[in-house]
Ligand binder design. Structure first.
Ligand SMILES: CCCCCCCCCCCCCCCC(=O)SCCNC(=O)CCNC(=O)[C@H](O)C(C)(C)COP(=O)(O)OP(=O)(O)OC[C@H]1O[C@@H](n2cnc3c(N)ncnc32)[C@H](O)[C@@H]1OP(=O)(O)O
Length: 193
C-alpha cells in the first residue's frame, strides 16, 4: 500500500486567517473544560494536553504519555494519540478562528511507536476553509520540538452554532456547567466574530 496521502485539503479552499482577536504567539491557553479528556484538569488519567499559540495559525501542544495511556506494554494506545491530535487541532481551529467547531473527520498516520514516559510535541495549523468546513493538520514529534517525527494527522472541522452543544449534551452535565460556569475554563467564543 502506498504511504502517499491523497491531496490535502481535498477540496478547493480559501486561506484561513487567524481572527484579529486570536491570542498572540506564546499565549498559553490552559484547559477549555474541566472534564475534557484531552485537556481537563479534573480528569485524573486524561491527556492534560498543554497548548500555546504559535506564529500565524499555528498552535503548539504537548502531553506526556503515562502508564494510564498504554495499549501494548510500555507503548501509547493509538486511539489516545489520535485524541491528542483531535484536541490539538480543535484548539487550533477554536483559538485561531474564534468559532465553535466540531471534528467531522480525523485521519492519523502513526509513523513510529510512542513509549510511555515520552512527551509528544504537536504543531497544528489551519490549511484552509470552505464555507463551514475548516481543514487543519498537525505533526507530532518525540521528546523535543525537533525530535523524531512520530505522527501526522489531518482533520476536517465543521463550524457549528452553540445550539449544537446545548441540544446534544447530556442534561446533567449541562446543568453542572450552568450551576458552576467555571467548569468552562475559558471565556466564551465570540458569537458574532
Ligand atoms: C473566547 C474563545 C475561546 C476559544 C476556546 C477554544 C477552545 C476549543 C477547544 C476545543 C477542543 C476540543 C477538541 C475536540 C473536538 C471534538 O472532538 S468535537 C466531538 C467529535 N465530533 C462530533 O461529535 C461531531 C458529530 N457530527 C456532527 O455533529 C455532524 O455530523 C456535523 C459534523 C456537525 C456536520 O453536520 P451538519 O452541521 O448537519 O453539516 P453537514 O451539512 O452534514 O456537513 C457540513 C459539510 O461538512 C461535510 N462533512 C461533514 N462530515 C464529513 C466527513 N466525515 N467527511 C467529509 N465531509 C464531511 C459535509 O459533506 C458538508 O459539506 P458541504 O456540503 O458543505 O460541501
Amino acid at each position: 500500500m502506498s504511504r502517499v496521502p491523497p491531496p490535502w485539503p481535498p477540496v478547493e479552499v480559501e486561506t484561513a486567517h487567524r481572527h484579529p482577536d486570536a491570542p498572540p504567539p506564546g499565549t498559553k491557553f490552559g484547559p477549555h473544560y474541566a472534564h475534557c479528556f484531552g485537556c481537563g484538569d479534573e480528569v485524573e488519567h486524561g491527556l492534560h494536553l498543554q497548548t500555546e499559540a504559535g506564529e500565524g495559525t499555528a498552535i503548539h501542544a504537548q502531553f506526556t504519555v503515562t502508564e494510564a495511556h498504554q495499549g501494548a506494554p510500555g507503548l501509547a494506545h493509538g486511539g489516545l494519540l489520535a485524541c491528542a491530535f483531535d484536541e490539538a487541532l480543535g484548539v487550533t481551529v477554536g483559538q485561531q478562528l474564534r468559532r465553535p467547531a466540531v471534528t467531522g473527520r480525523l485521519e492519523t498516520d502513526f509513523l513510529a511507536p510512542v513509549p510511555v514516559g515520552s512527551t509528544l510535541h504537536i504543531v497544528g495549523t489551519l490549511d484552509g476553509i470552505a464555507g463551514r468546513k475548516v481543514y487543519a493538520s498537525a505533526e507530532g514529534r518525540l521528546d523535543a520540538p525537533d525530535g523524531p517525527l512520530a505522527l501526522r494527522a489531518r482533520a476536517l472541522f465543521v463550524i457549528v452554532d452553540f445550539r449544537h452543544f446545548v441540544e446534544h449534551g447530556r442534561a446533567e452535565d449541562l446543568r453542572a456547567v450552568a450551576e458552576n460556569p467555571s467548569l468552562l475554563r475559558q471565556s466564551r467564543f465570540d458569537i458574532n466574530p
